[in-house]
Design a protein around this ligand. Structure first.
Ligand code: GLU
Length: 531
């Protein structure tokens, strides 16, 4: 590996909004490539057609570019090892799968979904680990040929070793040993001819001459499978490095999630963070910043400092916490470094840079105000931050039975939090983000099958979270103009604000919430509107 030019990559899947985790991996991969004078590749892993979202790829490009994470080769730029979209590389995956089958390292499997489900059920009943029972692994060649000729659907599975162990070397963790008995015969090629992540990733990392695979910790369980696959294909295994997962700032340090933190990079752009502040913050994750002469670490730094001092080996594995207060503190430093001219230019671009958006805001305010002076009072929540109002988010509730007023308030807060969290999950799936689509989602949420809330109450909660007010231009039109990143970000802010005032819902409250939802669904299988 030493003699090959360093090539790194990120391989995001276009399944939703560009994730802060992608930016984190992008930063580290770009820095490692630049430091070595190598190349940083952007590959789009778009083989999962069910989760594919139109527009997501462009959003990934825009988000990375906003941060200044520029790639050397990628789908929009081309390069010598393209194409860089997996959906355009299907023939390559089939070719490699066929090669493995011909060499006896993979095999055709004809098992139906139904049979696999039965096998799973029987294993569960015996309290065994559920896994494919390898029924097709030893099928005679003649039978396989005949079934293929008859057009029977099949997948290709990797014939994993069944004894011994597989050892992978992780740059940060050293050797990781997995008994082969724990490994499954993974599917490489699906019935539709599309590859799975494992096959596509290994084939591409090899053909794109990637020397360092630096990716998130959640892929670590794939590493032994990839090692077997690289060996079976006769490919050299790249340097493997699994970076620690970004964590929520909660008790259990759970994996970063929308309910606790805005996870879309676009949110941070829309909320007026500076790209240099965001990059600095991501650079701190697991690394801590460049060391000063006295050994302390410098928290505020730029990309140049990181290029000069970063060492992958210095990454600490303890989960770095994505702490929004810290991000604000770091961003404030970078904002103070702007000159007066630069700051003014940034403010103008932030408020008035997008003429189309400004016009949409003006159209909503125009006939609802009496003077030009009234514009800002009505349009404020479109243009800048919203102060969350727990008093508007949590409806007042009278104590029932033995309940004290404090118990009643707590119960109301728990319910508002849980309903709002469901709303956040549901709105995240709205595509495209239009007033009509949002209204439909809102009406669906206000049914017994979903929240069980009346639309009047639900929309008041939504309006409070998204605008911080009780009266605004029409809610769903306003939400369309605000855009998805800001709306979802504010729903998350609202959750945090309720939790800061009343605490997060207890486990019992969460269970009760799910149970009630189930009961309502049973009572209302058709989904009649509650309001
Ligand atoms: N497509 C995977 C993702 O969405 C890539 C994982 C990897 O880097 O191998 O993150």
């Amino acid at each position: 590996m030493a003699d090959r030019p360093v090539r790194t990559r990120i391989a995001p899947s276009p399944t939703g909004d560009p994730h802060v985790g992608t930016a984190y991996m992008g930063l580290v991969n770009m820095v490692v490539a630049r430091q070595a004078g190598g190349q940083f590749v952007l590959r789009i892993d778009d083989t999962d057609r069910a989760r594919y979202r139109a527009g997501s790829e462009d959003a990934i490009f825009a988000a990375l570019r906003w941060l200044g994470l520029e790639w050397d080769e990628g789908p929009d730029k081309g390069g010598p090892r393209g194409p860089y979209r997996q959906s355009e590389r299907s023939a390559l995956y089939r070719e490699h799968a066929d090669r493995l089958v011909a060499a006896g390292k993979a095999y055709r499997c004809f098992c139906s979904e139904q049979r696999l489900a039965e096998v799973r059920k029987a294993q569960e009943a015996r309290k065994e680990t559920t896994r494919y029972d390898r029924a097709c692994r030893e099928l005679p060649a003649g039978e396989v040929a005949a079934r293929l000729a008859a057009g029977e659907p099949s997948v290709v599975r990797l014939a994993m070793p069944t004894t011994g162990e597989t050892v992978v070397h992780d740059l940060l963790r050293g050797p990781i040993t997995t008994p082969n008995a724990d490994l499954q015969d993974q599917v490489l090629l699906k019935q539709d001819g599309f590859p799975t992540y494992h096959l596509a990733s290994c084939v591409d990392d090899h053909l794109m001459e990637i020397t360092h695979i630096i990716r998130a910790e959640e892929w670590i369980s794939s590493a032994p499978i990839h090692k077997v696959l690289f060996d079976a294909l006769g490919f050299e295994v790249p340097v493997l490095c699994h970076m620690p997962l970004l964590r929520n700032d909660d008790k259990n340090k759970t994996k970063i999630s929308k309910r606790k933190n805005p996870t879309s990079i676009l949110y941070y752009r829309e909320a007026g963070y500076l790209p240099q502040g965001m990059l600095n913050f991501l650079g701190l994750m697991g690394w801590g910043g460049p060391r000063e002469a006295d050994g302390t670490q410098k928290e505020v730094f730029g990309l140049g400092d990181m290029l000069a001092a970063f060492k992958l080996e210095d990454i600490r594995l303890g989960g770095p916490v994505f702490d929004l207060d810290k991000l604000k503190y770091i961003n404030a430093h970078h904002q103070r470094l702007l000159s007066s001219d630069e700051y003014l230019a940034q403010v103008k671009a932030y408020l008035f840079g997008d003429e189309r958006r400004l016009r949409a805001v003006a159209d909503l305010v125009h006939k609802r105000t009496e003077t030009l002076g009234g514009f800002l009072g009505m349009a404020d929540f479109f243009l800048g931050d919203v102060v969350q109002r727990p008093d508007l988010l949590v409806p007042a509730r009278k104590p029932e039975g033995e309940q004290t007023p404090a118990d009643a308030a707590k119960a109301a807060a728990e319910e508002a939090w849980l309903v709002l969290a469901d709303v956040l999950d549901a709105l995240d799936k709205v595509e495209p983000w239009t007033a009509a689509g949002l209204e439909e989602a809102g009406r669906t949420l206000a049914t017994p099958r979903e929240t069980g809330w009346k639309s009047r109450d639900l929309f008041a909660l939504l309006r409070a979270a998204v605008t911080g007010k009780t009266a605004t231009p029409p809610l769903f039109e306003s939400m369309e103009v605000l855009g998805k990143p800001r709306c979802l970000g504010r729903l998350g802010d609202a959750l945090r604000s309720i939790a800061a005032q009343h605490g997060e819902p207890s486990k019992k409250a969460r269970e009760r919430h799910e149970k009630r939802k189930k009961e309502r669904r049973q009572a209302d299988p058709g989904g009649e509107a509650a309001a």
